[in-house]
Design a protein around this ligand. Sequence first.
Ligand code: PHE
Ligand code: ZN
Length: 853
Amino acid sequence: MKDAAADHSAETIFLADYTPPGWLVEDVSLTFRLAPDATRVLSRIRFRPNPDGTQDRFFLHGEKLTLISARIDGAPVTPDVTDEGLTCAVPDGAFTWETEVEIAPAQNFALEGLYMSNGMYCTQCEAEGFRKITYYPDRPDVMATFTVRIESDLPVMLSNGNPGASGPGWTEWHDPWPKPAYLFALVAGDLIAHPDSFTTQSGKDVALNIWVRPGDEGKCAFGMEALKKSMKWDEEVYGREYDLDIFNIVAVDDFNMGAMENKGLNVFNSSCVLASPETSTDGNFERVEAIIAHEYFHNWTGNRITCRDWFQLCLKEGLTVFRDSQFTSDMRSAPVKRISDVIALRARQFREDNGPLAHPVRPESFREINNFYTATVYEKGAEVIGMLKRLVGDEAYEKACDLYFTRHDGQACTIEDWLQVFTEATGRDLGQFKRWYSQAGTPRLTLRETWDEGTLTLHFSQRTPPTPGQTDKQPQVLPIAVGLIGPDGEEVQETTLLEMTETEQSFSFSGLGARPVASVLRGFSAPVILQRDQDNADRAFLLAHDTDPYCRWEAGRALAKQALMRMITDDAPADPAYLGALTTLLGDETLDPAFRALAMALPSEDDLAQSLADTGHVPDPQRIWDKREAMRDAMADFMPDLLAQLFDAHQVPGRYAPEAAPAAARALANSALALLSRRDGGERARVQYAEADNMTQQLAALSCLLSIGMADDALGAFYDQWQSDRLVIDKWFSLQVAFAAPDQTAATAARLAGHPDFDMKNPNRFRATFGALAASPAGFHHASGAGYRLLADWLIRLDALNPQTTARMSTAFETWKRFDADRQDMIRAELERILSRDGLSRDTSEMITRILA
Ligand code: PHE
Ligand code: ZN
């Protein structure tokens, strides 16, 4: 197998090898003559030598381009062209470079560079897609102003910046802000605008548009409101104003990721911008709002201040995720947002950190940068910012950010630049803190408590297990927020921040009357795994009394997890103490219904599998599934009256609104419905399905019916009702896989892949089908190996068209070492089968190689 791997091996790129560009770009002017199979791209680039670089070799990136002609200062030249770019002899001093190239957007299924989606032209250039459009120094530290001319018969032609002149069949755009090529964008098509406007804090009017295909006009209003809220929020909270006359968003059906922050022209996966009550769930609405905010916030954290090189990706992504989470907390419920973020972090980032793909928030090497748009860079990157803010305090955080924006505006920066403004603003030495950027792996924080005559001492120790390429770990700075609750349920110590810097460290609280219960890691103040010997009585006590919503929720989760673990390892029955504590919590009408809905959700199958592996067991995915089902049956049996009451009391009358409060009520009612359906034969769900006037209620009811195997009629009706809505049909695909019995999961995915509406070229549809397979552990890891085989078959097929999405989805296999020898053998065989394919992409080959290592 080594040989096969070597065939696809590409050069590894190291952070340590960074050198400044030899030439800088003054400005760029591009002309696009659009045609599906033969688009001509003319470039005119003014280069000048970089005084901080060396001019030994003039190299421009370029891939899959047909070079028609090249000139320097008007005179034809003949560059040396390879698969990766070109080199050419160039004059000393400044010069003007011109080329004409031909590309075929209609044949571009990788969805990087210029491609077509439903007859519309669009681009995706991050990270290294611009080199598939024309020859260019395609690296983020080369920033230039762009002028773009688009020629086509299409009615709408867009690019970055402000609109310039236009005439029949052509339009010009000019972007006055220097930007790296990865932020370039072009869109052309038969599009309709949902227009609006925004007046900035200094009184400038900005035209806003969401551009969609005809038929989608009715799904733009919510996204537009989210955009205006984001613009206002960034002014109020970060003092950041928008800087062009126009801000355009375009919805595209075929897109590898969620959305892209191109300067003044954000391009969105249509699933992340389109929303209507009839077709979108509460979760979809919240996600649209957050992603619109995220991309908008990039205008400052990413675009005005960008990354020097791709190793610094977390500089823009971690910070922007942190900013969008602050925004969502402000718009909705902060505790609910925090708990949801913790759930997602554990599910995705802890899983990554504990497996073969673990890497630091700032990686030090890569073969394919597309493989590093990860939960670690994004979500752990955001946690690191949150810790920094907690450590320095809100005021210093604001001061440091202001310094960052003024000092680095217009620059391509590094993590060192970011930390330097904090050092200067606070006088703190952040040397140790910086380990959060370089050390991979999730720290295990162990807590032992002692009590001695009025003094409670918390003894902490930290240890980070080895990760690939990093065996020895140094202690990290851990901000640990702690509070103490007295025996009567009153808080005797309000939240205080302990700063742990050593491997072992103790903190004492004295002058206490009776022994309190410690509420530790409040607000999930550091992204660690807290290991704490706590008895269920203390957990139940915190679940009842903790004033910190995260710790309160966590106490419930710990109880649930304990109970489930004992069911799995010892065949214990569902723990009545847990069921009792949960019943009390759910019946507490003073608690936010969204919080109660979160408390009702059990730890995921994947979470349980990881915990079993951590405690020396070999997880059996089928058994985990069976025991979770048994627990849910026990919940339904234990509190039938309360569930019925919750369901009835949280029906939301009147017109659907996507706001947090009605969404919370629906979340609780639908969580209750899922349990009630196990006993009422689906009666309530059928009524809800028939009466639903919004997708949240309709889909929740359909899920209940699917989970009890009584959805045949509803599934058919749902398809008939929604067959012309792509985003809703994605849901129809994924739900069937997600709710299949484990021995039917692979067969269901295989059957759906044969459905006339299945289109492997559309990443949303592919993910709806095979992402759902990968996200169903008992089905994916079924002992037959059918799940593994099916996914491998389809990854092989997809890789030939779309390497980026294939590589991403290969992470389904990243947990393989947890499982028994039979499963490991089957998975290894599938991974080796993928790796042995001729022409396997660099993206997928890097991922599979790392997973196998
Ligand atoms: N930069 C985008 C974001 O996080 C993500 C993205 C990366 C989109 C690469 C497309 C390609 O907002
Ligand atoms: Zn981003």
